[in-house]
Write a protein that binds this ligand. Sequence first.
Ligand code: SAM
Length: 750
Amino acid sequence: MQMQALNAVFEKQSGSIVFDGKYTNEYEAIKLLHTLHNRPTHERIIREFLTALEQLHHVESTGVASQRLREEGNQKYKSSSGDKELLLSACRLYTEAILTAENANNELCLAYANRGMALQDYGYYRQAYDDCACALEFGYPKKLHHKLIMRQAYCAWKLGNLELLEEHIHSLRGMQLNESFQRQLLELQENVQHLTQHKGAIEEQPVSAGESSVHQIVNEASSRGRYMIAKERIPQGSIIFTESAECFVPLEKHLICQQCAATQLIPIPCPNCHKRVVYCSRQCRERHKSIHKYECAAYKRDLLHMLGISHLALRLVLTYLPLLTPQLQKQRNASELWHTFISLANDDNDDDITAPQYLKTLRMITHLDKVSETELTYHMLCANLLRAYLFECTDFFDQFADTSAPSEDWQLFIAACILRSSGQLMVNGHVGDAIMPITLGLKEFTLLQPKLWDRPHHLQLGSLHKFSAFQLVTAMNLPHLSLCNHSCIPSIRTKFEGRSVVNYALRDIEANEEIFNCYTGDCKTTTFKERRKQLKNTFKFHCCCVNCRRQHPDEEYFMFETYRCENPNCRQTFVPAEKSRNWWKQLDGDVLICDVCKEAQNVYWYEDFLVLFEYYPNPKYRRELFKEFERMSNHILNYHVIKLYWANEIVNKAFNALKEGCPLDDVDYEEIVCIIRWQLDGITMRYGPNSIEYITKLTYLWDLIALGKYKCCTKKMQTMLDTLKFMASEPKNIFLNYYHDFIEQHCTSD
Ligand SMILES: C[S@@+](CC[C@H](N)C(=O)[O-])C[C@H]1O[C@@H](n2cnc3c(N)ncnc32)[C@H](O)[C@@H]1O
């Protein structure tokens, strides 16, 4: 509905835009919009659209709904008496109560207070501490403050934070406390003496932003622009550089921390924008304030997810503009503002490695001059809409009141800046991934899943495979990583760690060799034709990498698509024509034809397999299925995509059967282990041994080891453990805990 409304708004506007001549720059493009004879009509249409998007809510009814949820939570809490699952169920209900309350503060504070109590019982002390602070912030009854402060003091003690503990003890000393609270206070005072070390556990982990000197940027006039090379030999697996994104946005409405991109969090929402923005801590909420104050009204209207890359462009402008304002405030009009801004972007005197991120960002390449008029119009209209939003719904432009240029000129300039950032991000933006539980809905939180955890950050036995998938969660601006040019055989592997990245050498890189990223799927997962199209459409170049220069650039891809002809007179290996390659995803679709003898394959082996798969719970058919899976190799070679796909389905089915109480015997387990190991070898071939694809599928094997169904030798285990280095720390800690809790004891020495 909203998307349709947006399209209608854009359609009404785009009809009156006429490009006369060649594209000049973002400023001129926006000026074209600003000087249209019917601009007042356009402005009215946008205003009406923004008003229609407003989603008002009734504080009273949200309050009532929140209260109901909190009371349900209370019941769970009361019945929990030490039961961890029930305790987490209570936390989950309290979380819903917090999200539902929105800004019904009288309920919000109670929901926070109750969640804080349950989280403390569970052992999430940092989050419990913050919940108490939130309860106080949103108006928890004054006469009960001592309860929350006592809880905060307790959590501070558990977190080893002496400073906070002392602060809260000090407040408690000034309060009237009953006997029981006096006793608790005494105990806490004793704890102060035990706590000699300040561990500062409430502090966010510092992000290493240092860039090592093993690489450098080459800036010479060439059609492929700047690029990165190795200054010295970089061995496989070593870190080339790290970078922390100053700007990112969550993708697909994922409820991740808007400040640090943590995916595993107990949410502290902004109460004013309909549960669309959450943080992992109060500290993150505080740090994000300078951005959120201008985005809150847009989230409230659910506007930003409709605008794709322009949202990240807006964040770039909101983040970097304050740094540029000193140079801009003396400029008298939009044209001067623009020229000053562009001269900063063009001034590349600074060394590219050490330049601050905003300068690197300003200098990112854009191909807006090469996009179609339709595409350009779309991005112009998005930028203009965001400009109008900032003007109509926020006080963003007030900050320029004392500068030389009038507000109208600042508006034009800001829209041009957003458009420029959008163009840059089209070719420089990055998408970050995260390992998350497979079945988790968008509004669910990993840490609050009752059936998953045994205690904080420690999974229940047999649950690791729930982390067998990853999702794309962030769109990020990483201007240093963006300096890597593309190759279909990349030389780096990027690990996404919240809003930071660590870039490892995928293989040995020799001194002076160029360091390549891959902007598309690589040459093993996509065809030459697919990549060529994407690189041309989005990145505006033809790839001439080592692979693309090969006589058969699809050779590696075809390794996973090769068949042996069923025709006894042929029996040749072949790769089907592109249009029939997906025959197996839709059996009544295309026919598979041998490329050599041109005979249609009747694929009986595949149909037999599918029938057996349906009868999986029946042990007899299951055994047959395993055999049929093996026999597939008579028809599809190597680590064929079909076999890799079905390996995963069989393993999944086994774990689902286990969940549903369908017993598997030792022979089944042996077969499943063989399939998982084969699958892991295939994934290693296709995606690499340190890939997120490999790590996520490792979870199945680890669960079987933990359940005592497979004995793994220490050496093999060490190889698996080594891959964890390529994981973000949030899931890595969970994997390591799981290893120590359940796996270590099952490893054999030979
Ligand atoms: C993310 S930027 C890479 C850094 C860029 N070279 C620069 O100077 O800012 C992507 C753009 O670089 C250029 N590029 C990247 N890889 C290339 C390649 N292999 N061959 C030619 N041009 C390339 C294209 O213009 C592409 O749109």
